[in-house]
Design a protein around this ligand. Structure first.
Ligand code: UDP
Length: 498
């Protein structure tokens, strides 16, 4: 089993938000930076999760910790390892928390033993690092079993759940029952939306904080059109060779060049003028890549010249996701099964993850190049991919489930489909936008503005800071973060908090 790994995080300067925030919000951010450095002086804010590559939690941690460090806060990131049996239990928990069976296995006594054994080893190692004045933020089911041992060190312990289900069912409750005994000592449990909160957790410890994206990261930073084309040509998605280099700006500000090739399954690369419908996600049944492929083949391809691009991480790269390889194989098999004329219009891309910044630049280019971005998830805590595409002013077609409902205002900043399993609704939504470019452009601009006002890092940092400050001063959960606060945070939330 892998030991605990420390992920280095470079400090990032929060003052760069001057260029995207209105002056009063930027002033509030400067105030927040000063206060957080003073209040958290002499304390470490530890974040613990179970992978350093792939998936939404990784995307969130890097900038949040980077801007915290840039604000003078000693924020650190640790990744726990595990054996395949542990990750198969935690993936089952993940699926159950989304209300779905996953691999259909049990969550009984043997699974608890597997879970406990791995976490007992990590708890011992972590307890040697964590000091009584520290704050520990544990992420997702993989780390819930660390709450009590770390609480025992005297530190303030927060557990954050990034997944959830809109209406609970028997399957979700099985996961809650498995995890609840571990959470009693948590000082706070954070969920991404009020509907995700479990029955059985004390109301006095609950907080709701919505995620954010980092608009300056290689994933989301501006990328000129010729760079987009050059990067997509380099990785093997586009046939057209651009005169410019496949260059991008790395997280540390230096210039990088995309040099990798994606694992492509396609008849021919795309031509620059092809309309492209794209879904870029982990290979996970809950992202429904098979449903996207079948819905596109049956309902979109016969009525438009569009191509479908399904992209995700090279399956072996994501340490805590044992199902990725099987789902990817199933999508490849479905591709082989497409009739000849249709197979030419579907492109599968497995993106190398060895260089995180390079992978991000490729995702950035894919999202910017797409005519429409889809996220046909069956469950979603918060769709980072949705927010990323919205920031790039893409029209998005996504399922009306989980956190996506808070992200897209249907008919204003994108299209929500009510029944993710209905290929007819899915196809009609895509065809509607392909056939009406001015509506698609309107959705795209509104989407960008919605991300700017609701889903940027400063608001997210402010919520975390407010929670931590309340907890360490014994004031409990701030009322503004309690789950009965209706709806998404107000645009001026940052000002209200700091
Ligand atoms: N992602 C990536 N490379 C890929 C596919 C996805 O970096 O090949 C990123 C994607 O851009 C997003 C994150 O992984 O930032 C996925 O987050 P999301 O909330 O959409 O789903 P999760 O994986 O957390 O279920």
């Amino acid at each position: 089993m892998d030991a605990i790994q420390r992920v280095p995080v470079a400090a990032m300067d929060p003052h760069r938000f001057r260029s995207v925030l209105p002056p009063p919000e930027f002033a509030a951010l400067v105030n927040l930076i000063e206060r957080s450095a003073a209040v958290l002086s002499g304390r470490v804010v530890w974040n613990v999760n179970s992978t350093a590559r792939g998936g939404g939690v990784v995307e969130l941690l890097r900038p949040l910790l980077g801007y915290s460090r840039g604000s003078g806060v000693d924020a650190r990131w640790l990744v726990i390892g595990g054996d395949p049996a542990f990750f198969s239990v935690t993936k089952r928990l993940h699926n159950h928390l989304h209300g779905t069976e996953g691999d259909g296995g049990q969550l009984g006594a043997p699974e608890r033993r597997t879970y406990d054994q791995v976490l007992a080893v990590h708890a011992g190692a972590l307890a040697k690092l964590v000091q009584p004045r520290d704050i520990v933020i544990l992420h997702d089911p993989q780390t819930a079993g660390l709450v009590s041992p770390l609480h025992g060190t005297g530190a303030t312990v927060i557990w954050r759940c990034h997944v959830g289900v809109d209406s609970s069912n028997r399957i979700a409750r099985e996961a809650w029952n498995f995890l609840l005994p571990y959470l009693g000592d948590a000082d706070a449990c954070i969920f991404s939306r009020a509907a995700f909160v479990w029955a059985g957790l004390p109301a006095s410890k609950l907080a709701v904080i919505q995620p954010s994206i980092d608009v300056f990261s290689p994933k989301n930073a501006e990328l000129a059109g010729d760079r987009v084309l050059a990067i997509l040509n380099r990785v093997g998605v586009l046939a057209h060779r651009s005169p410019g280099p496949p260059a991008f700006t790395r997280s540390d500000g230096t210039t990088g060049r995309v040099g990798c090739r994606a694992g492509m399954l396609q008849a021919e690369p795309l031509s620059p003028g092809d309309p492209v419908v794209a879904q870029i996600s982990r290979w996970d049944a809950l992202k429904d890549p098979l449903g996207v492929l079948r819905g596109f083949a049956a309902r979109v391809a016969p009525h438009s010249p569009a191509h479908l691009l399904l992209a995700g991480p090279a399956p072996a790269a994501v340490a805590d996701d044992p199902e990725g390889a099987d789902i990817f194989s199933a999508v490849c098999e479905a591709w082989h099964g497409l009739p000849n004329g249709l197979r030419d219009r579907v492109h599968l891309a497995a993106l190398p993850m060895d260089d995180v910044d390079e992978n991000a630049a490729v995702v950035n280019a894919l999202q910017r190049h797409a005519t429409i971005v889809v996220q046909k998830s069956i469950a979603e805590g918060f769709g980072l991919t949705v927010a990323e595409a919205m920031w790039k002013s893409r029209p998005v077609v996504a399922s009306r489930i989980g956190g996506i409902q808070d992200q897209i205002v249907d008919g204003e900043s994108g299209t929500l489909i009510s029944d993710p399993s209905d290929p007819v609704e899915f196809g009609a939504a895509i065809l509607g936008l392909l056939g009406d470019p001015s509506r698609a452009a309107r959705f795209g601009s509104a989407a960008h503005e919605r991300v700017r006002t609701h889903f940027l890092g400063p608001r997210h940092l402010a919520c975390y800071f407010e929670l931590i400050e309340h907890l360490i001063t014994g004031a409990g959960i701030p009322p503004t973060l309690a789950p009965d606060q209706p709806g998404p945070p107000e645009p001026d939330r940052l000002r209200a908090i700091s």
